[in-house]
Design a protein around this ligand. Structure first.
Ligand code: KPL
Length: 322
């Protein structure tokens, strides 16, 4: 009997989804990408994903693809078995979509846990309450990726993928090996909730400010008056997260600057959302900090102001309220 190969279902054809799908497919894993539109799925299935490396190398990765709504006909036609892994890479703004929830329910029902790579907080609780029979494993990615078009993704910053512990240790070991072999630095984390809070601390500063100022991550600090604002926002957010149980390392500010540096060429996901007319994740990021603060009887006025400002900018650019 040959070695068991993990077959991946990547739900979401955005920058994160394409960057994982592309690298896994290039390393030889069977990959199925589930998209929102049939147009993107058709393009991916016909031509594959174009992965542009950080040094400019270009490679085409063959994948299967279908729109989430096409699940029933795909299921009927699909005869292949094998160990599977589900990566949910859609934004927080989509996790209530009934078509998506049905897809997760169908795909996860007979299979294994769903790895969730969303920014912000509140998504695991939301998914768990919508789909109570399914196991969701929180994960955090610190990699930078930029979607250039529906099938092209540029890897803009080397980062890591950390995931919570699965009850199925053998499956998780196989998953980590497969990811590592595809050049993805992936780890099992025993303190995933702290990692989620640490990522939230980074996103709560970089995302709204880059979105409002229209600058790349590496340009944020060069804007007049912005380093002071970054510092104040960082302090306010950190106070909330420490009160919520995050242990302090003393290096949080340096970590934020390192992310700006490592993803200098990146447009944050929130800036990309505003530019492309998509809903932003402001409610799950700065709005998540405000909700946490409220629960703890604290105030988070800067975070609150940013929720309103980003929503106003999105609305002004004709992109609807978040
Ligand atoms: O996670 C990100 C995002 O854009 O959402 C950062 C780390 C800020 C990289 O752009």
């Amino acid at each position: 009997m040959g070695a068991v190969v993990l077959r991946f279902h990547i739900i979401g054809g955005g920058a994160v989804g394409l960057s994982y799908a592309g690298r896994l497919a290039l390393a030889g894993s069977p990959v199925m990408v589930w998209t929102r539109t049939a147009g993107q799925a058709g393009m991916l299935a016909a031509e594959g994903i174009v992965v542009v490396g950080s040094s400019g190398t270009v490679a085409a990765a063959p994948v299967q693809a279908a729109a989430a709504a096409e699940y029933p006909s795909w299921r009927e036609a699909d005869k292949r078995g094998g160990a599977e892994c589900l990566l949910l890479t859609v934004k927080q703004t989509h996790i209530s979509d009934p078509v998506l929830l049905r897809l997760i329910q169908e795909l996860a029902a007979e299979r294994l846990p769903v790895l969730c790579l969303q920014n912000g907080v509140g998504h695991i609780e939301h998914l768990q309450s919508e789909l109570p029979g399914i196991t969701f494993i929180p994960a955090v990615t610190t990699e930078g990726a930029l979607r250039q078009d529906g099938r092209t993704v540029q890897l803009t910053g080397q980062g890591e993928l950390h995931m919570g512990e699965s009850r199925d240790a053998q499956w998780q070991k196989m998953l980590l090996n497969t990811l590592n072999e595809a050049g993805i630095a992936a780890f099992m984390s025993k303190d995933i909730n702290n990692r989620i809070y640490r990522k939230l601390l980074v996103n709560a500063v970089i995302n709204p400010l880059t979105a409002l100022l229209g600058v790349r991550n590496g340009e944020l600090q060069q804007q007049p008056g912005v380093p002071e604002l970054m510092k104040k926002l960082h302090e306010e957010t950190m106070a909330v997260l420490l009160a919520a149980g995050l242990p302090e390392t003393g290096h949080e500010w340096e970590e934020l600057l390192t992310v700006c540096e490592k993803t200098a060429n990146n447009r944050s996901s929130m800036l990309a959302d505003i530019r492309n007319g998509r809903q932003t994740e402001i409610a799950a990021i700065n709005g998540g900090v405000v909700k946490l603060a409220e629960k703890l009887g604290m105030a988070a006025p800067l975070n609150l102001a940013l929720v309103d400002l980003v929503a106003a900018v999105a609305e002004q650019s004709g992109k609807g309220r978040n």
